[in-house]
Design a protein. Structure first.
Length: 93
């Protein structure tokens, strides 16, 4: 069994309040869970309107499967309107 986590530091361009931020992140996290079956949580910058740090974790029977899942998560986040990836960190477990 192979596992990995990935953390993204995000800029949320259109947010003008924590309520706006929460709506975007809840939608993004739900989509990651639904489409990729990963564990995901907000891990940084909870008190800032236009910044967010989210992380996801996945496990699989093969390194290739885990890597592809994290690449798909990256593409999904990149394709989300109003979200820009500032930094990414991958950690193998």
């Amino acid at each position: 069994m192979v596992g990995a986590t990935q953390r993204w530091d995000l800029h949320l361009e259109g947010c003008h309040s924590l309520k706006d931020k929460r709506a975007i992140l809840q939608s993004l996290k739900a989509e990651l869970r639904r489409k990729l079956n990963v564990a995901v949580a907000e891990v940084e910058h909870q008190d800032l309107w236009q910044r967010a740090g989210i992380a996801c974790a996945t496990v699989g029977s093969d390194r290739r499967v885990v890597d592809e899942t994290l690449r798909a998560a990256d593409r999904l986040i990149e394709g989300t309107d109003g979200v820009r990836i500032m930094d990414t960190v991958v950690t193998a477990l």
